[in-house]
Design a protein. Structure first.
Length: 456
């Protein structure tokens, strides 16, 4: 079989990179056979070593770059301040934005078969550093000390990180402090292999506008020693902390959060603002991680919804009601639906907190609840969806096509599933008018889009 391939394992070859994959690797072709090489940039000539050959593609390692891309920059982080997942850190911010916009265009054409849709220039950040309001770091042990950071790519080895260049300083500080305190108290790190030890993850979340910090300790065991001292030390070292939460995850799993959650100290939630709307955020709830760009994204969703005060709006996958409450300011009534019960509790509390009365929230699967509402005669004029990476459930798309809202605003964190769903909606009577990519996650390959569809 390998005889028919143009390259063999361990070959050293010269290539020119033509493109980037959706996870940021360079793509070079030899007689049409694609090779994926981490670190290669379009336009660059390089020597690579072929390290793996599959039937339809190969993997290479970058050996030497003969001619560098104008978008290549020196990697700003070292091991100490690195954060896992910054796949684009070798590309200038300008280059990253170009790549992301391009990726959206390509995917919409290739998967969505959308030829004439307007894709606007991506909205990037003025300052694309220290933006994340949340960290969730795995804990390990080295030389008798706890370490916290990220997994080395394709391994289970944790790299100890002192500072992440993409997290807010308060978040970095919180992770460091809790790591040191737990070391002082000799709390052991969880070990995946033996399923022993205590501390699995430290999570920190910070309300940028309110200055409120939440610390979540995720442990294997429900009990662990010195809880009182731990709390005292955290409160003393981190004056911004308003909530310390303990989450127990006793399972052998790589899912981070477990089922049992208990407040160890302070409030159950912290608060933050997006625009003028105040939000209570609990440990288990989804909350956008880039507060600056979230405002940009939600403003766009509101603009596309073009509300006059007369509309009934459904916000599917509403989380803690962030988009719902934003829309409620301009709509007649908003109905939010979300699968996580705690998030809906937060959503209701958030409506009350802001004195917003024209919203109603329901717990359940969007694909089950919305068809039920529709059967009961509750159709919407405007439907907003903001699904997780896997996109909308087919049953939901079908209900949209039956219910025929005038407008659909699709907020997406995954261009591939977005394109798939847009195709279905196009075939079912909708036209995709505008796509606005927003860079919510600088230096990573992720790209968010806000899309307007109207009934044909
Ligand atoms: N719109 C919110 C949340 C978006 S994230 C915001 O901007 O903050 C996607 C949300 O969908 C998560 O809160 C997740 O819990 C929820 N979710 C996942 N699958 C779902 C389903 N089948 N039905 C309803 N909600 C779901």
């Amino acid at each position: 079989m390998s005889r028919t391939l143009p390259v063999s394992k361990n070959d050293y070859i010269d290539v020119v990179f033509e493109d980037l994959t959706h996870d940021g690797a360079g793509v070079a072709k030899v007689d049409g056979y694609p090779l994926f090489v981490e670190g290669g940039l379009p336009g660059e000539q390089a020597k690579i070593k072929v390290i793996k050959v599959n039937k339809s593609y190969g993997i290479g390692r970058l050996i030497e770059i003969y001619q560098k891309s104008p978008y290549r920059v020196d990697i700003p982080s070292s091991e100490k301040n690195k954060y896992g997942g910054c796949q684009l850190e070798h590309i200038s911010y300008e280059g990253q934005l170009k790549y992301k916009e391009n990726q959206v265009r390509q995917v919409l054409t290739r998967i969505g078969k959308l030829e004439n849709v307007t894709v606007h220039q991506i909205i990037g950040m003025d300052d694309p550093w220290y933006y994340r309001n949340k960290a969730q770091v795995p804990i390990g042990e080295k030389d008798g000390k706890l370490i916290a950071g990220f997994f080395k790519p394709r391994s289970h080895e944790i790299v100890d990180t002192e500072e992440s260049l993409i997290q807010l300083p308060e978040v970095n500080e919180a992770v460091q402090a809790v790591k040191e305190i737990c070391t002082e108290l000799e709390i052991s790190a969880y070990d995946e292999e033996s399923h022993k030890g205590v501390l699995r993850h430290i999570m920190a979340r910070y309300g940028k506008r309110t200055g409120e910090l939440m610390v979540v300790l995720i442990t294997r065991t429900a009990d662990f020693p010195d809880q009182k001292e731990l709390v005292e030390k955290i409160v003393e070292r981190l004056p911004k902390v308003k909530s310390i939460v303990h989450n127990v995850n006793s399972k052998r799993t790589n899912v981070i959060l477990g089922e049992k959650t208990k407040v160890l100290w302070g409030n159950e939630v912290i608060y933050d603002y997006i625009g003028d709307v105040k939000f209570a955020i609990s440990a288990l709830s989804f909350y956008q991680v880039n507060p600056v760009q979230t405002k940009v994204l939600y403003d766009k969703a509101l603009e596309y919804a073009e509300l006059t005060g007369e509309e009934r709006v459904i916000d599917a996958y509403c989380g803690i009601g962030t988009i719902s409450l934003f829309l409620a300011q301009k709509a007649k009534k908003v109905f939010g639906v979300e699968i996580v019960p705690e998030a809906i509790e937060d959503a209701r509390r958030n409506a009350e907190l802001n004195g917003i009365a024209n919203v109603e929230f329901a717990v359940g699967e969007a694909e089950a609840v919305i068809p039920r509402w529709y059967k009961e005669g509750n159709a919407a004029d405007v439907l907003v969806v903001d699904p997780p990476r896997k996109g909308c459930d087919e049953a939901l798309l079908k209900t949209i096509m039956d219910m025929k809202p005038k407008k659909v605003v699709y907020v997406s964190c995954n261009p591939a599933t977005l394109a798939r769903d847009l195709r279905i909606l196009e075939d079912g009577g909708y036209t995709t008018l505008e796509v606005q990519p927003v860079d919510m996650f600088p230096h990573t390959t992720h790209v968010e889009c806000c899309v307007l569809l109207v009934k044909k």
